[in-house]
Design a protein around this ligand. Structure first.
Ligand code: SF4
Ligand code: SF4
Length: 100
């Protein structure tokens, strides 16, 4: 059963089990503009272990043919996990302050 509401409601007024029709989707919203820190990848240092790809919570590490190719800044939120997980012998990702 679907219901239409004729006025904006707060969450306490919504019926239990209500589904919102126009929920946000990352297909339309580029979540990368929330970022305050930016990972910078050094392709020369990268050993393509793909630890960053496995652990990135936003699937923002791009890979082709089993090798890292970069970072998708449209979706990277700057959490820094990739920089922490990158092996010390590579240290291929540095976090820098995002410039506006
Ligand atoms: S900073 Fe976070 S979101 Fe951005 S690429 Fe690294 S792990 Fe993914
Ligand atoms: S974790 Fe570091 S060395 Fe491994 S693929 Fe990512 S950037 Fe390259």
């Amino acid at each position: 059963m679907s219901m239409k509401f004729d006025r904006p409601m707060n969450w306490k007024e919504l019926p239990a089990g209500c589904l919102i029709d126009e929920a946000a989707t990352s297909l339309r919203f580029k979540t990368g503009d929330w970022r305050s820190m930016r990972p910078i990848w050094d392709a020369e240092k990268c050993i393509h272990c793909l630890f960053c790809w496995i652990t990135c919570p936003d699937t923002a590490i791009t890979v082709q043919d089993g090798k890292m190719t970069g970072i998708d800044y449209d979706y990277c939120k700057g959490c820094g996990i990739c920089a922490v997980i990158c092996p010390p012998k590579a240290s291929a990702i540095d976090m820098v302050r995002e410039e506006k």
